[in-house]
Design a binder for this molecule. Structure first.
Ligand code: ACO
Length: 432
């Protein structure tokens, strides 16, 4: 018999099994608790709830460890590419050369959008945020591939996954071009994933974008570092939608919406806006740090803090080094980088941030790299979404492959009015 936990309440004892993960994490399995005791657990914001067992990504937030399928993020960042890591995340193993070629070929075969989809882009106002366009258009793809909405079919999964991963990049680039009033640039089958995205963003019909290898590598690294991060807000949203047996594209479109918020993926845009504000105001960051510590100011040090990491986010270390390197290669001196470094140094010495274990997260330096590449800030969260696609696809797959997946349906403790009776309109009095 495995480990067990005991819960005592009102003179009764309930025995609960303990699930032990491969890295020694323990979770009390309460799935039968309501049945046996009438009790549910309450965990506002799910901070202490394991919503699933998963084999995809391991994080040790206290030690600052992140591994995709067991491989440390530092090794993948140094030796791998986004597409190889995507394969690893989705299928569980690093690909052989033949598998990688087949995967790349599938991505290339699915890179075009149905020509009619261009009409949809044209109908968004020029001021539309590209995250809204991205989410809408990912969902719209299923209108052009009706078999998608038939739901999960194991024999179709490879094509569906490649279709999503490949088309999301085309959609993102088109959204940017349309928002600038620029003509759409079609993908080039001879280009690899990240180079092709940069080409669709920045080439012109009369001139190809100059693909600098350092720029391609820096963006590829950003995609790779965002590729999965276990049960965060957007991935949990994807799993939630997938659990209702909605299709992969509907699930991913929901993930984009969840990612958009400034406390999640939207933080990379919020960081740059914060740094721009600080720069404009002539502050070296000290005034902002003071405001971020004051709960009444409504300000937070964006790009700092994380629900899981109570240590330096390992992705932030890699991105910071890449940021220094890229700016040097491109010969760019960005005052925002100096402010960011000053903010980091000051925060890491400040008891407010130290006591709360608030460290830079993945978003703190990524925006400075994207700025250097020429990606506008409203596209930052879109870049995050492209990067996160393998993680969403893998989590979708875990849900649909798992025998006996139940629809996600948490409970609640109701604290509203108890039963009362309908009052007709002419007899109601305002309670406000
Ligand atoms: N600046 C100032 N104070 C902060 C910050 C911050 N960035 N982050 C947390 N705190 C404080 C909170 O006010 C709280 O203080 P208190 O204990 O005195 O009330 C304490 O630290 C704990 O913070 P919570 O909000 O309870 O932590 P939670 O785990 O719910 O939130 C989050 C994590 C949302 C990431 C938070 O740290 C934050 O808002 N950071 C800024 C936004 C950001 O960078 N988001 C990106 C996260 S990474 C990602 O999604 C890719």
């Amino acid at each position: 018999m495995g480990k067990q936990a005991k819960l005592e309440l009102d003179g009764k004892t309930y025995i609960l099994p303990v699930v032990v993960g491969s890295e020694g994490e323990h979770g009390v399995d309460i799935s039968t608790l309501r049945q046996t005791s009438g009790l549910i657990t309450l965990d506002d914001g799910y901070g202490n709830t394991g919503s699933c067992v998963s084999k995809i990504t391991f994080i040790d937030g206290d030690k600052g460890i992140l591994r995709y399928r067991g491989y440390p993020i530092e090794e993948l960042a140094e030796k791998s590419t986004f597409i190889e890591a995507a394969y690893l995340i989705i299928y569980g193993e690093l690909p052989t050369s033949a598998q990688l070629k087949r995967f790349s070929d599938l991505l290339t075969a699915n890179e075009m959008l149905h020509e009619s989809m261009k009409n949809h882009f044209a109908t968004f106002p020029a001021t539309a945020h590209p995250m809204a366009i991205l989410s809408s258009m990912i969902n719209a793809v299923s209108c052009y591939h009706p078999r998608l909405i038939e739901g999960y079919k194991a024999d179709m999964f490879d094509v569906q996954a490649a279709r999503l991963l490949s088309k999301v990049r085309t959609i993102a680039a088109f959204a940017y071009r349309v928002s600038r009033g620029l003509p759409a640039i079609y993908p080039k089958p001879s280009y690899k994933y990240t180079a092709n995205f940069l080409h669709m963003m920045f080439s012109e019909p009369y001139q190809d974008y100059d693909l600098k290898p350092e720029v391609v590598r820096a963006l590829d690294l950003i995609f790779l570092l965002h590729a999965d991060h276990e049960q965060n807000c957007s991935t949990s949203t994807v799993r939630m939608i997938a659990s209702s047996q909605a299709n992969l594209f509907a699930s991913a479109a929901g993930g984009v919406c969840a990612l958009w918020g400034p406390l999640h993926g939207g933080a990379n845009q919020a960081v740059i806006e914060m740094l721009e504000d600080i720069h404009r105001s002539g502050d070296d960051g000290s005034r902002f740090i003071a405001a971020a510590k004051d709960k009444n100011s409504g300000k937070r040090l964006m790009g700092f803090g994380h629900r899981v990491y109570k240590n330096y986010d390992p992705r932030a270390k890699i991105i910071k080094a890449q940021c220094d390197n890229l700016l040097k290669v491109l010969n760019i001196s960005d005052p925002l980088l100096d402010i960011a470094k000053h903010l980091e140094e000051a925060a890491l010495k400040d008891s407010y941030f130290v006591e709360r274990k608030l460290y830079p997260n993945v978003d703190f330096y990524s925006g400075i790299i994207m700025r250097a590449i020429g990606i506008p800030k409203e596209m930052f969260t879109v870049i995050f979404a492209i990067g996160r696609m393998p993680g969403w696809i893998a989590n979708y797959k875990e849900i649909v492959d798992h025998q006996g997946t139940r629809i996600y349906r948490p409970r609640q403790i109701y604290t509203g009015e108890t039963e009362r009776h309908f009052v007709s309109l002419n007899q109601r009095k305002s309670k406000a």
